[in-house]
Design a protein around this ligand. Structure first.
Ligand SMILES: Cc1ncc(COP(=O)(O)O)c(C=O)c1O
Length: 448
Protein backbone atom coordinates (compact mmCIF):
# COMPACT_ATOMS: atom_id res chain seq x y z
CA UNK A 1 0.00 0.00 0.00
CA UNK A 2 2.45 2.69 -1.11
CA UNK A 3 -0.17 5.12 -2.32
CA UNK A 4 0.96 8.77 -2.27
CA UNK A 5 -0.16 11.09 0.51
CA UNK A 6 -2.55 12.97 -1.76
CA UNK A 7 -4.82 9.99 -2.26
CA UNK A 8 -6.57 10.11 1.11
CA UNK A 9 -10.11 8.87 0.64
CA UNK A 10 -11.81 5.55 0.33
CA UNK A 11 -12.21 3.03 -2.41
CA UNK A 12 -15.42 1.29 -1.48
CA UNK A 13 -14.93 0.29 2.16
CA UNK A 14 -11.13 0.32 2.02
CA UNK A 15 -9.20 3.60 2.49
CA UNK A 16 -6.86 4.39 -0.42
CA UNK A 17 -3.98 4.91 1.94
CA UNK A 18 -3.31 2.92 5.08
CA UNK A 19 0.13 4.35 5.79
CA UNK A 20 -0.60 7.38 7.97
CA UNK A 21 -2.27 5.53 10.83
CA UNK A 22 0.47 4.10 13.07
CA UNK A 23 -1.56 1.28 14.53
CA UNK A 24 -1.30 0.37 18.22
CA UNK A 25 -0.18 -3.11 19.33
CA UNK A 26 -0.22 -4.17 15.66
CA UNK A 27 2.20 -5.68 13.16
CA UNK A 28 1.71 -2.61 10.93
CA UNK A 29 3.44 -3.96 7.84
CA UNK A 30 1.64 -7.28 7.93
CA UNK A 31 -1.70 -5.57 8.47
CA UNK A 32 -1.24 -2.97 5.75
CA UNK A 33 -0.23 -5.65 3.25
CA UNK A 34 -3.41 -7.61 4.01
CA UNK A 35 -5.82 -5.34 5.88
CA UNK A 36 -8.68 -6.44 8.13
CA UNK A 37 -11.11 -3.59 8.54
CA UNK A 38 -14.41 -3.67 10.38
CA UNK A 39 -17.04 -1.37 8.98
CA UNK A 40 -20.19 -1.96 11.02
CA UNK A 41 -21.43 -3.95 13.98
CA UNK A 42 -24.71 -5.17 15.44
CA UNK A 43 -25.40 -7.64 18.22
CA UNK A 44 -22.77 -10.40 18.18
CA UNK A 45 -21.43 -9.62 14.71
CA UNK A 46 -19.08 -7.29 12.92
CA UNK A 47 -19.13 -6.74 9.18
CA UNK A 48 -15.74 -6.70 7.49
CA UNK A 49 -14.71 -4.34 4.69
CA UNK A 50 -15.11 -7.22 2.25
CA UNK A 51 -18.71 -7.70 3.33
CA UNK A 52 -18.34 -10.75 5.57
CA UNK A 53 -20.11 -11.34 8.86
CA UNK A 54 -17.58 -11.85 11.69
CA UNK A 55 -18.67 -13.41 14.97
CA UNK A 56 -17.23 -11.35 17.82
CA UNK A 57 -15.50 -13.80 20.15
CA UNK A 58 -13.74 -11.05 22.10
CA UNK A 59 -16.34 -8.33 22.76
CA UNK A 60 -14.16 -6.05 20.64
CA UNK A 61 -11.24 -5.79 23.06
CA UNK A 62 -12.93 -7.23 26.14
CA UNK A 63 -15.22 -4.21 26.23
CA UNK A 64 -18.51 -4.60 24.35
CA UNK A 65 -20.17 -6.64 27.10
CA UNK A 66 -23.67 -5.61 25.99
CA UNK A 67 -22.94 -6.55 22.38
CA UNK A 68 -22.93 -4.04 19.54
CA UNK A 69 -25.41 -1.28 18.66
CA UNK A 70 -27.75 -1.74 21.59
CA UNK A 71 -30.52 0.72 20.62
CA UNK A 72 -30.84 2.28 24.09
CA UNK A 73 -27.12 3.08 24.26
CA UNK A 74 -27.01 4.40 20.70
CA UNK A 75 -29.92 6.76 21.24
CA UNK A 76 -28.66 7.94 24.66
CA UNK A 77 -25.37 9.01 23.07
CA UNK A 78 -27.11 10.60 20.09
CA UNK A 79 -29.38 12.64 22.33
CA UNK A 80 -26.58 13.63 24.69
CA UNK A 81 -24.33 15.00 21.96
CA UNK A 82 -27.14 17.27 20.82
CA UNK A 83 -27.96 18.41 24.38
CA UNK A 84 -24.63 18.94 26.15
CA UNK A 85 -21.54 18.09 24.14
CA UNK A 86 -18.98 18.98 26.77
CA UNK A 87 -18.87 20.44 30.25
CA UNK A 88 -15.80 20.84 32.45
CA UNK A 89 -15.64 18.90 35.69
CA UNK A 90 -12.86 21.01 37.22
CA UNK A 91 -14.65 23.36 39.65
CA UNK A 92 -17.79 22.78 37.53
CA UNK A 93 -20.06 19.85 36.92
CA UNK A 94 -22.99 18.45 34.97
CA UNK A 95 -25.82 16.28 36.25
CA UNK A 96 -25.00 13.01 34.50
CA UNK A 97 -21.55 12.71 36.07
CA UNK A 98 -23.12 12.76 39.54
CA UNK A 99 -26.01 10.53 38.56
CA UNK A 100 -23.66 7.94 37.10
CA UNK A 101 -21.33 7.94 40.11
CA UNK A 102 -24.25 7.34 42.49
CA UNK A 103 -25.61 4.64 40.24
CA UNK A 104 -22.25 2.88 40.01
CA UNK A 105 -21.88 2.77 43.79
CA UNK A 106 -25.08 0.69 43.98
CA UNK A 107 -23.27 -2.08 42.06
CA UNK A 108 -20.17 -2.00 44.23
CA UNK A 109 -19.23 -3.96 47.33
CA UNK A 110 -20.10 -2.47 50.73
CA UNK A 111 -17.87 0.48 51.62
CA UNK A 112 -17.31 1.72 48.05
CA UNK A 113 -18.92 5.14 47.93
CA UNK A 114 -16.87 7.20 45.50
CA UNK A 115 -15.98 7.32 41.82
CA UNK A 116 -13.10 9.18 40.16
CA UNK A 117 -13.42 9.38 36.36
CA UNK A 118 -10.74 8.74 33.75
CA UNK A 119 -10.97 7.92 30.05
CA UNK A 120 -9.32 4.53 29.77
CA UNK A 121 -8.05 1.64 31.81
CA UNK A 122 -4.51 3.03 31.65
CA UNK A 123 -5.62 6.35 33.07
CA UNK A 124 -7.72 4.63 35.71
CA UNK A 125 -4.66 2.66 36.83
CA UNK A 126 -2.38 5.69 36.98
CA UNK A 127 -5.12 7.55 38.88
CA UNK A 128 -5.48 4.72 41.40
CA UNK A 129 -1.71 4.58 41.98
CA UNK A 130 -1.62 8.34 42.56
CA UNK A 131 -4.63 8.19 44.88
CA UNK A 132 -2.92 5.43 46.89
CA UNK A 133 0.27 7.48 47.28
CA UNK A 134 -1.60 10.65 48.17
CA UNK A 135 -3.85 8.81 50.64
CA UNK A 136 -0.90 7.58 52.65
CA UNK A 137 0.60 11.05 52.56
CA UNK A 138 -2.50 12.92 53.70
CA UNK A 139 -2.74 10.48 56.58
CA UNK A 140 0.84 11.19 57.59
CA UNK A 141 2.38 8.01 56.16
CA UNK A 142 4.26 9.63 53.31
CA UNK A 143 7.04 7.03 53.52
CA UNK A 144 4.72 4.53 51.84
CA UNK A 145 5.75 5.06 48.22
CA UNK A 146 6.43 1.58 46.86
CA UNK A 147 4.07 -0.44 44.68
CA UNK A 148 3.90 -4.18 44.29
CA UNK A 149 2.60 -5.46 40.96
CA UNK A 150 2.84 -8.95 39.53
CA UNK A 151 4.76 -10.69 36.79
CA UNK A 152 2.62 -10.98 33.66
CA UNK A 153 0.23 -8.33 34.99
CA UNK A 154 -1.29 -5.91 32.50
CA UNK A 155 -2.33 -2.53 33.79
CA UNK A 156 -2.38 -0.52 30.60
CA UNK A 157 0.38 1.47 29.01
CA UNK A 158 0.97 4.58 31.10
CA UNK A 159 4.32 4.72 32.88
CA UNK A 160 2.63 3.75 36.14
CA UNK A 161 0.80 0.87 34.51
CA UNK A 162 3.82 -0.59 32.72
CA UNK A 163 5.92 -0.23 35.87
CA UNK A 164 3.56 -2.28 38.04
CA UNK A 165 2.72 -4.49 35.04
CA UNK A 166 4.80 -7.52 34.23
CA UNK A 167 4.73 -8.06 30.49
CA UNK A 168 8.29 -7.93 29.21
CA UNK A 169 7.68 -6.41 25.79
CA UNK A 170 5.52 -3.68 27.29
CA UNK A 171 8.41 -2.68 29.59
CA UNK A 172 11.78 -3.36 28.01
CA UNK A 173 11.71 -0.59 25.38
CA UNK A 174 10.83 2.16 27.80
CA UNK A 175 13.78 2.76 30.06
CA UNK A 176 13.96 2.47 33.82
CA UNK A 177 10.20 3.02 34.37
CA UNK A 178 8.83 4.19 37.72
CA UNK A 179 11.19 3.63 40.65
CA UNK A 180 10.27 1.67 43.76
CA UNK A 181 8.25 -1.13 42.21
CA UNK A 182 8.54 -4.83 43.02
CA UNK A 183 6.64 -7.77 41.59
CA UNK A 184 4.91 -10.84 42.92
CA UNK A 185 5.41 -14.03 40.92
CA UNK A 186 2.70 -14.85 38.41
CA UNK A 187 0.41 -17.75 39.16
CA UNK A 188 0.56 -19.64 35.87
CA UNK A 189 1.50 -23.24 36.65
CA UNK A 190 0.97 -25.49 33.65
CA UNK A 191 2.69 -28.40 35.36
CA UNK A 192 0.10 -28.58 38.16
CA UNK A 193 -3.00 -26.80 36.92
CA UNK A 194 -3.61 -27.84 33.31
CA UNK A 195 -7.19 -28.04 32.08
CA UNK A 196 -8.52 -26.29 35.18
CA UNK A 197 -12.18 -25.48 35.23
CA UNK A 198 -12.70 -22.24 37.11
CA UNK A 199 -10.12 -21.48 39.80
CA UNK A 200 -7.06 -23.75 39.74
CA UNK A 201 -6.28 -25.86 42.81
CA UNK A 202 -2.61 -25.03 43.23
CA UNK A 203 -0.84 -21.76 43.93
CA UNK A 204 -2.46 -19.94 46.87
CA UNK A 205 0.94 -20.05 48.54
CA UNK A 206 2.33 -17.74 45.85
CA UNK A 207 0.57 -14.90 47.67
CA UNK A 208 2.97 -15.50 50.56
CA UNK A 209 5.70 -14.02 48.39
CA UNK A 210 4.21 -10.72 49.45
CA UNK A 211 5.47 -11.40 52.97
CA UNK A 212 8.97 -11.87 51.58
CA UNK A 213 8.77 -8.59 49.66
CA UNK A 214 7.43 -6.79 52.74
CA UNK A 215 10.27 -8.23 54.82
CA UNK A 216 12.77 -6.95 52.24
CA UNK A 217 11.48 -3.37 52.00
CA UNK A 218 9.60 -2.97 55.29
CA UNK A 219 5.86 -2.37 55.30
CA UNK A 220 6.35 1.32 56.11
CA UNK A 221 7.66 1.86 52.56
CA UNK A 222 4.83 0.11 50.68
CA UNK A 223 1.76 1.97 49.45
CA UNK A 224 -0.23 -0.63 47.54
CA UNK A 225 -0.42 -3.98 45.84
CA UNK A 226 -2.13 -4.02 42.45
CA UNK A 227 -3.38 -7.16 40.70
CA UNK A 228 -6.00 -8.15 38.18
CA UNK A 229 -8.44 -10.55 39.88
CA UNK A 230 -8.23 -12.54 36.63
CA UNK A 231 -5.30 -11.51 34.46
CA UNK A 232 -6.68 -11.19 30.93
CA UNK A 233 -4.35 -9.55 28.44
CA UNK A 234 -1.44 -11.74 29.42
CA UNK A 235 -3.39 -14.82 28.36
CA UNK A 236 -6.04 -15.51 31.01
CA UNK A 237 -4.46 -16.41 34.35
CA UNK A 238 -7.15 -17.34 36.85
CA UNK A 239 -6.37 -16.89 40.55
CA UNK A 240 -5.73 -20.16 42.38
CA UNK A 241 -8.23 -21.00 45.10
CA UNK A 242 -7.45 -18.98 48.23
CA UNK A 243 -4.86 -16.74 46.54
CA UNK A 244 -6.75 -13.44 46.54
CA UNK A 245 -7.91 -14.03 50.11
CA UNK A 246 -4.30 -14.42 51.21
CA UNK A 247 -3.21 -11.26 49.41
CA UNK A 248 -6.01 -9.40 51.19
CA UNK A 249 -4.99 -10.76 54.58
CA UNK A 250 -1.32 -9.87 54.12
CA UNK A 251 -2.18 -6.35 52.93
CA UNK A 252 -4.41 -5.87 55.97
CA UNK A 253 -1.72 -7.10 58.30
CA UNK A 254 0.76 -4.53 56.99
CA UNK A 255 -1.48 -1.52 56.30
CA UNK A 256 -0.98 -1.87 52.52
CA UNK A 257 -3.77 -0.88 50.14
CA UNK A 258 -5.06 -3.57 47.79
CA UNK A 259 -6.03 -2.40 44.30
CA UNK A 260 -8.02 -4.69 42.03
CA UNK A 261 -7.65 -3.79 38.37
CA UNK A 262 -11.10 -4.82 37.19
CA UNK A 263 -10.82 -3.37 33.69
CA UNK A 264 -11.78 -6.74 32.19
CA UNK A 265 -13.40 -8.49 35.15
CA UNK A 266 -15.81 -5.60 35.75
CA UNK A 267 -19.37 -5.37 34.48
CA UNK A 268 -20.48 -8.96 34.38
CA UNK A 269 -17.61 -10.77 32.71
CA UNK A 270 -17.48 -13.33 35.53
CA UNK A 271 -21.23 -13.46 36.07
CA UNK A 272 -21.17 -10.95 38.95
CA UNK A 273 -20.96 -7.18 38.72
CA UNK A 274 -17.25 -7.27 39.62
CA UNK A 275 -14.53 -9.77 40.37
CA UNK A 276 -14.52 -8.53 43.97
CA UNK A 277 -18.00 -9.98 44.48
CA UNK A 278 -17.30 -13.06 42.42
CA UNK A 279 -14.30 -13.99 44.56
CA UNK A 280 -15.68 -12.55 47.80
CA UNK A 281 -12.57 -10.43 48.34
CA UNK A 282 -12.93 -6.67 48.78
CA UNK A 283 -10.06 -4.42 47.72
CA UNK A 284 -9.56 -0.79 48.81
CA UNK A 285 -9.54 0.67 45.30
CA UNK A 286 -10.82 -0.72 42.01
CA UNK A 287 -10.05 0.37 38.48
CA UNK A 288 -12.49 -0.12 35.62
CA UNK A 289 -12.97 0.91 31.97
CA UNK A 290 -14.19 -1.03 28.90
CA UNK A 291 -17.52 -2.52 30.02
CA UNK A 292 -18.49 0.65 31.89
CA UNK A 293 -19.82 1.98 28.57
CA UNK A 294 -19.79 -1.37 26.77
CA UNK A 295 -16.96 0.16 24.73
CA UNK A 296 -19.23 2.74 23.07
CA UNK A 297 -17.48 5.87 24.39
CA UNK A 298 -14.06 5.78 26.07
CA UNK A 299 -14.31 5.91 29.85
CA UNK A 300 -12.38 4.65 32.85
CA UNK A 301 -12.90 5.07 36.57
CA UNK A 302 -11.42 4.44 39.98
CA UNK A 303 -13.79 3.25 42.67
CA UNK A 304 -12.69 4.26 46.16
CA UNK A 305 -13.76 3.14 49.58
CA UNK A 306 -15.25 5.79 51.83
CA UNK A 307 -12.18 5.72 54.07
CA UNK A 308 -10.02 6.74 51.11
CA UNK A 309 -12.18 9.67 50.02
CA UNK A 310 -12.83 10.86 53.57
CA UNK A 311 -9.13 11.14 54.35
CA UNK A 312 -8.82 13.81 51.66
CA UNK A 313 -11.78 15.87 52.88
CA UNK A 314 -9.77 17.87 55.37
CA UNK A 315 -8.21 21.30 55.31
CA UNK A 316 -9.87 24.51 54.12
CA UNK A 317 -13.15 23.92 52.30
CA UNK A 318 -12.21 26.00 49.29
CA UNK A 319 -8.93 24.15 48.73
CA UNK A 320 -8.60 21.48 46.04
CA UNK A 321 -8.15 18.14 47.80
CA UNK A 322 -6.60 16.04 45.00
CA UNK A 323 -4.44 17.59 42.31
CA UNK A 324 -5.37 15.14 39.62
CA UNK A 325 -7.92 14.84 36.80
CA UNK A 326 -8.40 14.81 33.05
CA UNK A 327 -10.11 17.35 30.78
CA UNK A 328 -12.50 14.56 29.84
CA UNK A 329 -13.07 13.13 33.35
CA UNK A 330 -16.82 12.49 33.41
CA UNK A 331 -17.35 13.51 29.77
CA UNK A 332 -21.09 13.92 29.10
CA UNK A 333 -21.12 11.44 26.20
CA UNK A 334 -19.32 8.82 28.26
CA UNK A 335 -21.69 9.37 31.19
CA UNK A 336 -24.73 9.06 28.92
CA UNK A 337 -23.32 5.90 27.37
CA UNK A 338 -22.51 4.44 30.79
CA UNK A 339 -25.94 5.17 32.25
CA UNK A 340 -27.65 3.59 29.25
CA UNK A 341 -25.26 0.64 29.44
CA UNK A 342 -26.13 0.07 33.09
CA UNK A 343 -29.82 0.11 32.08
CA UNK A 344 -29.14 -2.53 29.44
CA UNK A 345 -27.20 -4.71 31.89
CA UNK A 346 -30.10 -4.44 34.34
CA UNK A 347 -33.02 -4.74 31.90
CA UNK A 348 -31.52 -7.68 30.01
CA UNK A 349 -30.14 -9.19 33.23
CA UNK A 350 -26.82 -9.69 31.47
CA UNK A 351 -24.68 -10.44 34.53
CA UNK A 352 -27.00 -13.30 35.50
CA UNK A 353 -27.04 -14.41 31.89
CA UNK A 354 -23.24 -14.64 31.93
CA UNK A 355 -23.43 -16.73 35.11
CA UNK A 356 -26.01 -19.05 33.54
CA UNK A 357 -24.04 -19.49 30.35
CA UNK A 358 -20.72 -20.05 32.15
CA UNK A 359 -21.17 -23.86 32.52
CA UNK A 360 -22.15 -24.17 28.83
CA UNK A 361 -19.13 -22.08 27.92
CA UNK A 362 -16.91 -24.24 30.13
CA UNK A 363 -18.08 -27.48 28.49
CA UNK A 364 -17.66 -26.03 25.02
CA UNK A 365 -14.16 -24.73 25.70
CA UNK A 366 -12.96 -27.97 27.25
CA UNK A 367 -14.32 -29.95 24.30
CA UNK A 368 -11.20 -28.67 22.50
CA UNK A 369 -9.00 -30.85 24.69
CA UNK A 370 -7.05 -33.22 22.47
CA UNK A 371 -7.29 -30.98 19.40
CA UNK A 372 -4.02 -30.50 17.55
CA UNK A 373 -1.49 -28.10 19.22
CA UNK A 374 -3.64 -27.56 22.35
CA UNK A 375 -1.66 -27.86 25.62
CA UNK A 376 -4.10 -26.23 28.04
CA UNK A 377 -7.62 -24.90 28.32
CA UNK A 378 -8.90 -22.75 31.17
CA UNK A 379 -12.08 -20.81 31.80
CA UNK A 380 -13.99 -18.68 34.26
CA UNK A 381 -17.26 -16.81 33.75
CA UNK A 382 -17.41 -15.93 30.06
CA UNK A 383 -13.63 -15.98 29.67
CA UNK A 384 -11.75 -18.81 28.03
CA UNK A 385 -8.18 -19.51 27.00
CA UNK A 386 -6.71 -22.12 24.71
CA UNK A 387 -2.96 -22.38 25.08
CA UNK A 388 -1.04 -23.76 22.10
CA UNK A 389 2.29 -25.51 21.87
CA UNK A 390 4.62 -22.83 20.47
CA UNK A 391 6.53 -23.48 17.27
CA UNK A 392 10.12 -24.07 18.49
CA UNK A 393 12.10 -20.84 18.17
CA UNK A 394 9.07 -18.90 16.94
CA UNK A 395 6.95 -17.88 19.90
CA UNK A 396 3.56 -16.31 19.01
CA UNK A 397 3.76 -17.51 15.40
CA UNK A 398 1.26 -20.36 15.69
CA UNK A 399 -1.35 -18.40 17.62
CA UNK A 400 -1.09 -15.46 15.24
CA UNK A 401 -1.69 -17.75 12.28
CA UNK A 402 -4.68 -19.21 14.12
CA UNK A 403 -6.01 -15.67 14.56
CA UNK A 404 -5.64 -14.93 10.83
CA UNK A 405 -7.28 -18.23 9.86
CA UNK A 406 -10.16 -17.75 12.30
CA UNK A 407 -10.78 -14.30 10.85
CA UNK A 408 -10.88 -15.78 7.36
CA UNK A 409 -13.51 -18.20 8.68
CA UNK A 410 -15.61 -15.41 10.17
CA UNK A 411 -14.53 -15.44 13.83
CA UNK A 412 -12.72 -12.72 15.78
CA UNK A 413 -10.41 -14.12 18.45
CA UNK A 414 -7.55 -12.51 20.34
CA UNK A 415 -4.10 -13.94 20.83
CA UNK A 416 -1.29 -13.12 23.19
CA UNK A 417 1.88 -15.14 23.06
CA UNK A 418 0.68 -18.60 22.05
CA UNK A 419 -2.57 -18.26 23.92
CA UNK A 420 -5.98 -17.73 22.33
CA UNK A 421 -8.14 -15.62 24.65
CA UNK A 422 -11.90 -15.50 24.28
CA UNK A 423 -14.34 -13.13 25.96
CA UNK A 424 -17.58 -12.82 23.97
CA UNK A 425 -20.29 -10.24 24.59
CA UNK A 426 -22.60 -11.37 27.40
CA UNK A 427 -25.50 -11.55 24.92
CA UNK A 428 -23.97 -14.56 23.19
CA UNK A 429 -26.35 -17.44 22.33
CA UNK A 430 -25.54 -21.10 22.85
CA UNK A 431 -25.36 -21.79 19.12
CA UNK A 432 -22.76 -19.02 18.80
CA UNK A 433 -20.68 -20.61 21.55
CA UNK A 434 -20.87 -23.78 19.47
CA UNK A 435 -19.75 -21.89 16.39
CA UNK A 436 -16.73 -20.41 18.17
CA UNK A 437 -15.58 -23.83 19.28
CA UNK A 438 -16.28 -25.51 15.92
CA UNK A 439 -14.36 -22.81 14.07
CA UNK A 440 -11.40 -23.08 16.44
CA UNK A 441 -11.34 -26.85 16.12
CA UNK A 442 -11.34 -26.56 12.36
CA UNK A 443 -8.63 -23.88 12.37
CA UNK A 444 -6.32 -25.72 14.75
CA UNK A 445 -6.76 -29.08 13.06
CA UNK A 446 -5.53 -27.64 9.76
CA UNK A 447 -2.77 -25.45 11.19
CA UNK A 448 0.95 -26.40 11.02
C1 LIG B 1 -6.55 -5.23 33.48
C2 LIG B 1 -6.36 -4.09 32.53
N1 LIG B 1 -5.96 -2.92 33.00
C3 LIG B 1 -5.79 -1.86 32.20
C4 LIG B 1 -6.01 -1.96 30.84
C5 LIG B 1 -5.78 -0.79 29.97
O1 LIG B 1 -6.95 -0.27 29.48
P1 LIG B 1 -6.92 0.77 28.25
O2 LIG B 1 -6.45 0.01 27.06
O3 LIG B 1 -8.35 1.24 28.18
O4 LIG B 1 -5.98 1.87 28.64
C6 LIG B 1 -6.43 -3.18 30.31
C7 LIG B 1 -6.67 -3.33 28.87
O5 LIG B 1 -6.81 -4.41 28.34
C8 LIG B 1 -6.60 -4.28 31.17
O6 LIG B 1 -6.97 -5.49 30.71
Amino acid sequence: MNTPKGSAGTDGQLPNNLEAFWMPFTANRQFKAKPRLLTSAAGMYYTSHDGRSILDGTAGLWCCNAGHAQPAIVSAVQQQVATLDFAPTFQMGHPLAFELASRLTTLLPEGFDHVFYANSGSEAVDSALKIALAWHRVRGEGTRTRFIGRERGYHGVGFGGISVGGIVNNRKFFGPLMPGVDHLPHTHDLARNTYSRGQPEHGANLADELERIVALHDASTIAAVIVEPVAGSTGVLIPPKGYLERLRAICDKHGILLIFDEVITGFGRLGSAFGAQHFGVTPDLMTVAKGITSGVVPMGAVFAQKKIYDAFMNGPENAIELFHGYTYSGHPLACAAALATLDVYRDQDLFARAAELAPVWEEAMHSLKGVRHVIDIRNIGLIGAVELEPVPGKPTDRAFRAFLEAYEKGLLIRTTGDIIALSPPLIIEEHEIGRIVDTLRDVLTHLD
